[in-house]
Design a protein around this ligand. Sequence first.
Ligand code: ATP
Ligand code: PRP
Ligand code: MG
Length: 283
Amino acid sequence: MLRIAIQKSGRLSEESLNLIRECGISFVNSSLKLKTECTNFPLEILFLRDDDIPGYVADGVADIGIVGQNVLVEEGKEELTVEKLGFSKCRLSLAVPKSDEYTSIHDLNGKNIATSYPNLLKAFLDAQGVQAQIHTISGSVEIAPSIGLAEAICDIVSSGSTLISNGLKEVERVFKSEAVLIASPELSPEKRGVLEKLLFRIQAVQRARKAKYILLNSPDDKIEEISRLLPSIKAPTVLPLAEEGWSSLHSVVNEDDFWEIIEKIKAAGAQGILVVPIEKMII
Ligand SMILES: Nc1ncnc2c1ncn2[C@@H]1O[C@H](COP(=O)(O)OP(=O)(O)OP(=O)(O)O)[C@@H](O)[C@H]1O
Ligand SMILES: O=P(O)(O)OC[C@H]1O[C@H](OP(=O)(O)OP(=O)(O)O)[C@H](O)[C@@H]1O
Ligand SMILES: [Mg+2]
């Protein structure tokens, strides 16, 4: 049985549970139970505070875990990383009151900065040659300038709305983060085997999230030209349509290139283009 530690409640929780479910793993989730065994996969889920997860995995209390890179690197445990998971994307940024004049990072020399990430902040300031007093607080960091605790803050930003609501402006990006899967370096061969199985499923889910299945009708004399425009795992599938002179082409396209490809294949003569999500993708 492999033990995975995930955040009990917060910005990582829902997506972490979704990922486990999308891997076809079932479990009963009650908000009061802090530990649950999966019913169809040798996995036990522990629900913890996110800050505790790297430590538990490093100590072997949990075998694997899901945590933000910001917390992992802050705690000096980056080497536990196994796989980036692509959700809970955010950045750690420096911010100052909106009305402050700010020209460069050197404006922070000698200032007080409140943060929950003193190590990441110190490394950033040292690299820029800036000396400031770092005040470590565990939450509600954005309030610090308005209560006279600090002149600047360094905290997590995603949409930026918390900064705006608190009269602050983002002035420097310190660190980019997303959720990652971490693992203890000392897993037994049995546990490593379960981790490999889980990773295989996670990668299939991740690949599928980025990809779309595309079907289109093409005049037979345009198949070659349209096929060249379509990326695919091997080559596009070509099936004859009931109408003479026409074929159906099937392929897989990446979400990032999607609109550009659609424009090109339409211009090349594609018609009746259908795009459908993919649930799993094994290559
Ligand atoms: N606004 C956001 N958008 C996207 N991801 C975020 C956001 N805020 C935080 N994160 C990411 O999610 C992680 C957990 O954030 P959250 O705010 O839930 O932590 P927390 O309050 O410290 O929770 P806990 O109670 O478990 O200690 C952060 O470390 C960061 O990686
Ligand atoms: O840029 P935004 O989209 O506004 O997000 C940023 C906010 O999100 C996080 O807090 P969260 O809302 O998770 O609450 P917490 O402070 O209780 O962790 C983070 O600490 C910021 O305060
Ligand atoms: Mg926390």
